[in-house]
Design a protein around this ligand. Structure first.
Ligand SMILES: Cc1ncc(COP(=O)(O)O)c(C=O)c1O
Length: 365
């Protein structure tokens, strides 16, 4: 019950990882072709997952990779302002911090409701210097999901670049990128997308992609050219293969991650979402409201795959966390609260057993 930390590798993905290990034990079996095929297949799997063209997908190793690409790839000017959200997960905010030395101002918006950012917060915070807003779709600590379509609409109206960290939502919720309101997505691969650790991707719309400086050059996509005469013009380097993490034929990570993504896509993210929502509803129904306070959203529209609760006396949470671990339940203790995050591999029965266990521990304290 801890997918928000790490999602388990599906069996098809584990089989793919074993194949990659077998190959590396007999490297004569690794064909030249795979250096192109491994990144191609992963890019295709991600493009299908988010329903965007392959040439807009950049392969990375984390969510941080994508934010770094955007924060340090766009030539901001001194006086430009980037909006971030107070209390957001540090992967969404820290990669921007280095820009301060060049005069870029970072401003933290405090959500008026104290939990997650709403359209009104953004409207009140924009000014003529605001160039970008970067938010986590689902807050890792509170489980609240912000309305990225509405926030994106406001950003679009004001010409503000809207960057969304989809790490705690993509693979769990359907995300519509065809509205044109979101300009960039960054995402870790090892949570709701059930990939190995050190996987992630970035999606940029065509305009955002054009804003980026020329990438650092790497030899692999240029290997068939006369290296002394490789082109200098930026347009040549527009393809995503020039922005991928170096060594993108990373068989140990990218082959199983491709398999995991294809598996999720074959289930249908709309089905995954419905199934997960039912688990969350059952969990919220099962938790004793006279003992626990629910910190994540109560109403279904704002809920995510993350349920956060606290004992009425929050100092008891670490003890409850230990009891649950001893009873075989893997959840997380984050900012002093109990975070429960089931995904498609959990059953309704597991949720029932968990609710009984947490209630029993909670009441006995
Ligand atoms: C919202 C969010 N973004 C990103 C990460 C991880 O970042 P990275 O993939 O850069 O390690 C987490 C991990 O908990 C997270 O909750």
């Amino acid at each position: 019950l801890n997918c928000a930390h790490q999602g388990p590798l599906p069996k098809v993905a584990a089989a793919s990882a074993r194949r990659a290990i077998r190959q590396k034990m007999t490297p004569q079996l690794i064909s030249e072709n795979e250096f192109d095929e491994v990144p191609r297949q992963l890019r295709q799997a991600l493009a299908t997952l988010i329903d965007r063209p392959c040439d807009e997908i950049i392969l990375g190793n984390s969510a941080t990779f994508g934010i770094d690409l955007i924060a340090n790839g766009i030539p901001w000017k001194s006086g430009d302002e980037i909006l971030l959200v107070k209390g957001d997960f540090p992967a969404t905010t820290v990669p921007w911090m280095g820009l301060r030395v060049s005069g870029v101002r970072l401003r933290f918006v405090s959500p008026a409701n104290g939990r997650f950012i709403e359209v009104a917060d953004v409207e009140h915070s924009l000014n003529t210097n605001t160039k970008a807003l970067c938010v986590s779709w689902v807050n890792s600590y509170s489980g609240w999901k912000c309305d990225v379509q509405e926030i994106g609409r406001v950003c679009q109206e004001h010409g503000v670049l809207f960057v969304v960290n989809g790490t705690q939502g993509i693979g769990r919720h359907v995300l519509n990128l065809s509205s044109g309101r979101i300009n960039a997505i960054v995402c870790s691969g090892y949570k709701w997308l059930c990939g190995p650790y050190a996987t992630g991707f970035c999606w940029l719309d065509a305009n955002t992609s054009q804003m980026l400086r020329k990438p650092s050059l790497r030899w692999w996509p240029l290997r068939k050219m006369d290296i002394e005469h490789i082109p200098e013009d930026d347009a040549f380097y527009a393809g995503p293969q020039f922005r991928d993490v170096f060594c993108s034929a990373n068989c140990f990570n990218f082959c199983p991650w491709s398999a995991a993504i294809k598996y999720l896509t074959s289930c249908g993210i709309d089905n995954v979402e419905r199934y997960g929502d039912a688990l969350v509803a059952k969990l919220l129904n099962g938790i004793d409201g006279s003992v626990f306070q629910v910190i994540s959203a109560a109403s279904s529209g704002d809920r995510s795959g993350i349920v956060v609760v606290s004992h009425a006396d929050s100092t008891k949470n670490p003890l409850i966390f230990d009891h649950l671990a001893q009873s075989g339940f893997d959840i997380a203790l984050r900012k002093g609260n109990l975070r429960i995050s089931p995904h498609l591999y959990n059953s309704q029965d597991e949720i029932d057993r968990f609710a009984r266990c947490i209630n029993q521990h909670g009441r006995s304290l």
